[in-house]
Write a protein that binds this ligand. Structure first.
Ligand SMILES: *Cc1c(COP(=O)(O)O)cnc(C)c1O
Length: 232
């Protein structure tokens, strides 16, 4: 089932690219494996997946300790400062940086470990109260300061678009994200060149690709529905 799902998603990515004249090699598919057992990740690995996304630092660390195959881990969820130590040095990229303080703390941990950490800035493009992320103008203001942090590399932007049954409703948001990335690169800020646009999930990744996504984060579309344990 996982194998067939990956084949289908990969095919749909290629079709979305074709519709807008992009090369499918420009788009990286990240299999979002949060809540799913290691066996399912290995099944996806066998089917060719190498990029995996997790939203909880400890879960990422624990799975990375068990799975020895050469895969890349992407930290895509809310990160508290006291949990940075679980992902710096393990995750190939942190997508969910939503404050200068967090970026500075990641930089500090990376310095301690003598590594460079690639990060994306999360943008709350739809201005939803329930969502984390910078406003577009905040990102632009912060970049010169972020560029001065030696052990992080700001390589792009990420957004979690509003939940919707109709992906077309998010097209305008994805387009704004692409424009923001272009505007930032036009500013020619020292040490800042953004090439990554992480946007699009199971319900809207094709539209995101049509609007310029270079990374799509697909969970349900690969692993099926998630079942969260009920508390109490
Ligand atoms: C869970 C999650 C995804 C994947 O969601 P699906 O709808 O299952 O594809 C993508 N991005 C983030 C940040 C997530 O937390």
């Amino acid at each position: 089932m996982i194998k067939e799902n990956i084949t289908e998603v990969t095919e749909r990515i290629a079709q979305a690219c074709r519709r807008v004249g992009r090369n499918p090699s420009e788009v990286t598919l990240i299999a979002v494996s949060k809540t799913k057992p290691v066996e399912m990740l290995l099944e996806a690995y066998e089917a060719g997946m190498r990029e995996f996304g997790e939203n909880k630092p400890q879960e990422l660390r624990d799975k990375a300790a068990i799975i020895t195959q050469p895969i890349h881990w992407h930290m895509i969820g809310t990160l508290q400062k006291n949990k940075i130590k679980y992902v710096v040095g393990t995750a190939c990229m942190i997508h969910s940086v939503d404050s200068f303080e967090l970026a500075a703390a990641i930089n500090k941990e990376a310095e301690k470990r003598n590594v460079t950490c690639r990060i994306l800035l999360e943008v709350n493009i739809a201005k939803e109260d329930s969502k984390h992320g910078f406003q577009p103008d905040e990102v632009i203001e912060l970049l010169p300061e972020l560029a001065g942090l030696q052990n992080i590399s700001v390589v792009g932007l990420m957004t979690v678009a509003p939940y919707t049954e109709n992906a077309e409703e998010n097209r305008g948001y994805f387009r704004k994200m692409k424009q923001l990335l272009i505007d930032i690169n036009m500013k020619n800020i020292d040490n800042i060149f953004m090439s990554v646009l992480s946007m699009g999930m199971s319900s809207d990744y094709e539209v995101a690709i049509e609007e310029g996504a270079t990374m799509v984060r697909v969970g349900t579309g690969i692993f099926g529905e998630r079942i969260y344990p009920t508390k109490g």
